[in-house]
Structure formats: C-alpha cells, structure tokens
Write a protein that binds this ligand. Structure first.
Ligand code: PLP
Length: 396
C-alpha cells in the first residue's frame, strides 16, 4: 500500500549490512546454533566504570533536560582542548558541535554541503553510509578504490584524475573501516598537496578510529595543516575509543560558519544530544585513559594472533591492519562471491562476518572480520573458517 506514498528520495538510501547479518546470526543462535560474532563493529568491552558513574551523577544532579543544540559549553571546550592536543590542530569550542554519534556528522555535513549533481569522492571499500548519504543528498558518489594489491592505499594519481569542477567533497577515513589500514604521513601529505591544487574541494575526515592504532605511527589529521584546516570537517566520537556505541555521542569540528548550519540541523532533528550522556563524554575525555589503552592492547594481541592464522589457511591472504579492529582478508582464491561465502560461513560453520562488497563494489573478494571478540572465540572462529574453506572449490 505504501509504495506510492513513500518519497522518492528514500529509494536512494542504502544501509549497513552488518546489522542485517547480526539479526540473522541471532536468529540462528536462538534456534540453537553456536555462533561466533565477528560481524559487528563495536568493542566487546564495557564502558569504563568512571564514565558510567559520571552519567549517574549527572542524572541524580538533575542534568536531564535540553542542552544547547551544539552541546554543553564545558564539553565543547573539552573536545576543542582534546583535539588541539591529540590531533595537533588549532581549534576552539565555536568549531565543535556535539551530536548523537559519529554518524550524524556524516549526515548533517553532507546535507549542509551537497547539492544535486555535486560529486563526492569516497573510499571504496569504505563505511557504507558514505555512499548512502551522498546518494540521498542527490550527489554523485565517485569511488576512490582501495585495492588489496595496493595494500588498501589510495592511488593518488587516480584520485586526482577523478576530480573535476563538480567535485565538492572528498571523504577520507583514517584508520579505515573495513581495511584497518592507516594512511601514513607521506600519503596524507600527498592528499594535502592534491587539496592545495583544488581549492574548491572540502574534506570530511572520519577519524573515529584514530585512538585505536597499533604501531608507533599515529594518524595525521588533514586539519593539522593550517592552510587546509578551514576546509576540513572532522568526524569523531566516543563510540569506539571508549566503548560507548550505544550511548550515542560523537562530535564534529569544522569552520564555525558550517558548525552553525550543523547546529541548525540538530535543532531541526534532535534538539540536542542527551545531557547526561554529554556529562559522561566529558568524564571520558577528562578522566583516566587506561580503559582506552587496555582495549588497544587486547586488540593488538588478537590481531597478532589472527592475521598469521588467516594467512595459514590455504586460499586466504590477509594484510596486517594498522588500526581499528578489523581484518579484511581476501578470499578471492575460492570460486565463490564474498556474500555467498559469508552466508554459508554463518549458516554452515557458525561464524558471522560481513562480506566485502557490502562496503562497496571494490570490496568484492574480501570479507571483514571484526576482532572485537575474545581471543578464545577468535581462535575457535579461525578453526571453523579453516574447516569451512576445505569444503570450497578453489579457482582454477
Ligand atoms: N565512521 C566509521 C568509519 C564507522 O565505522 C562508524 C561506526 O561503525 C561510524 C563512523 C559511526 O560511529 P557512531 O556509532 O558513533 O555513529
């Protein structure tokens, strides 16, 4: 009955397959199957206790009403201080907007910037909501392929060749979901040089995983270059670094003129982010940071076990992720599409994983395994995966 009622724009919205895979995996589990969940992108840790206590305290103290749309001044100030120190950018609270999660920054920034026909460069494979929102806003989504043979790094010549007078925005995600790769300083400088040659181009820099890195090299934010800073919109939040996915709190840092538009979109959609959640986020930034360190150590231990184990499986190859908590192995050695591989792996072997093409067409041939699960479960999952692949036909 609704097919003639729903607005056309809804047909342009995509989705995140990980949620659908989770739903199916839960169904199989409810029917009695043993399932190891490597599909969802959320830390398997509890939010640190001191953050939870801060939320209780805030609620008890009556912080339960509306706040200003762009967030509590104390939190915006703390975010500006944090970003100045951690991301090495010069900013202040006027450039900070607090929103319910990292995703709304994606949505609001593109709603505020993209007109019909504008082109947007986005990483492919990449977080699926980029492509979805670009299309929803009437933009043209132009993929920047991240290929396994290129170590999932962008080909900067190809990237620059994709820019024309209609290109309005470039999205980068560092470290990357789903590949786990980090663009190093040299690669970021290459992108910075491209931006200088194309002064009309804005950047959405998704830095939501920038606290979860395994090597000495830390992610460099494009906003740390003073001449580029006003063209960069930083997307970040508390979901991943502080195991707060369900709290729904994130933030954007952008030129104050754009920040005012994003705040207006907040007034029109959410009014504000929950007040006590903002108090918890303030504690996350100001309180002890050992929860973040502990999580990173656990992810590192799991990565160091999982990647060699994947490479030991005939027909699978996986490069070493530098950050986030995802492995993105190639299964291209088998004569099967990544989606069918994942569906059968889940239904027959009890391991839930996301297929690479759900992160964009260039992700075909790979699957995403989240190592936000215990080492014990990861070891079991690797055994199940190895046994499952023995039943598959190899490509000639
Ligand atoms: N950006 C990337 C690359 C992500 O992987 C995610 C979540 O998985 C988000 C943004 C959204 O984060 P949030 O849950 O805070 O909205």
């Amino acid at each position: 009955m609704y097919e003639n009622i729903i607005a056309d724009r809804m047909s342009r919205l995509g989705t995140e397959s990980a949620f659908a895979i989770l739903a199916r995996a839960n169904e199989l589990e409810a029917a009695g199957m043993s399932m190891i969940h490597l599909e969802v992108g959320q830390p398997d840790f509890k939010t640190p206790r001191h953050i939870i206590e801060a939320a209780y305290r805030a609620m008890n103290d009556g912080l339960t009403g509306y706040t200003p749309a762009p967030g509590l001044p104390a939190l915006r100030e703390a975010i500006a201080e944090y970003a100045s120190a951690h991301k090495r950018i010069k900013t202040d609270m006027k450039e900070v907007v607090v929103v319910p999660g990292g995703k709304p920054i994606m949505f609001f920034a593109m709603l505020a910037l993209i007109q019909a026909g504008d082109e947007v460069l986005y990483p492919n494979p990449g977080f699926p909501i980029y492509e979805s929102v670009i299309n929803f806003c009437g933009g043209r989504a132009v993929p920047v392929p991240l290929l396994s043979e290129n170590d999932f790094k962008p080909d900067l010549r190809l990237l620059e060749n994709s820019i024309n007078e209609k290109t309005k925005l470039m999205i980068i995600n560092n470290p990357s979901n789903p590949t786990g790769k980090l663009f190093n300083r040299e690669e970021i400088e290459g992108i910075a040089a491209i931006l200088r040659r194309h002064p009309q181009l804005m950047v959405l820099s998704d830095e939501i995983y920038d606290r979860i890195v395994f090597g000495e090299e830390k992610p460099v934010s494009l906003a740390s270059y003073p001449d580029l800073k006003d063209r960069v919109i930083i997307l970040d939040g508390f979901s991943k670094s502080y195991a707060m996915t369900g709290w729904r709190i994130g933030f954007g840092i952008m030129h104050e003129e754009l920040a005012a538009h994003v705040a207006q979109l907040m007034v029109n959609s959410n009014s504000c982010t929950a007040a006590f959640t903002q108090a918890a986020a303030l504690e996350a930034l100001k309180g002890p940071q050992d929860g973040v360190d502990e999580m990173c150590r656990a992810f590192l231990e799991r990565r160091d076990w999982l990647i060699p184990a994947l490479n030991d499986i005939d027909g699978i190859s996986c490069c070493m992720p530098d950050g986030a908590f995802y492995a993105f192995p190639s299964i291209a050695g088998f004569d099967i599409k990544a989606k069918d591989f994942c569906m059968r792996l889940m239904e027959e072997a009890g391991v839930a994983a996301a297929w690479g093409s759900s992160f964009g067409s260039f992700g075909e041939g790979c699957i995403r395994l989240s190592f936000a699960n215990s080492l014990e479960n990861i070891k079991k999952a690797a055994d199940r995966l190895a046994a499952f692949t023995r039943s598959l036909k190899r490509k000639a």
